[in-house]
Ligand binder design. Sequence first.
Ligand code: C2G
Length: 133
Amino acid sequence: MKKVLTYGTYDLLHYGHINLLKRARDLGDYLIVGLSTDEFNASKHKEAYHSYENRKLILEAIRYVDEVIPENNWEQKIDDVINNNVDIFVMGDDWEGKFDFLKDYCEVVYLPRTVGVSTTKIKTDLFAGDKQS
Ligand code: C2G
């Protein structure tokens, strides 16, 4: 079984997230998502709209996601890769190069981001009364 691991906040789920999760899952047989906890997000000065528990519930309902684990800090990735026998680590290419240290433990793949959508853009557009452009 080829196991894939990715991380994220996955707040206000959108098609860019789904595109990432689908492509990540298609690289293997089992996809684990390390989901940023509310506490970890606070340390990133990032506040999710949905709580960790509700973001986890949503992710677990997605056919491409096999398991969700908490992402509590920046330092846990090596342990997560080893402890979960991960073969491939995947992130969107906005993170290009940032996790190359994991190449000592597994394959590292950066996938092209989906252009034109982000949680921030959704919030901004909604505030301005705009629809998806
Ligand atoms: N993503 C994408 N296309 C978009 C938006 C997001 O491919 N239009 C990808 C990101 O590159 C990331 C994943 O979807 O791989 C989740 O995005 P976020 O929830 O914004 O995750 P982020 O805040 O980047 O947290 O330790 C790593 C962090 O937890 C990543």
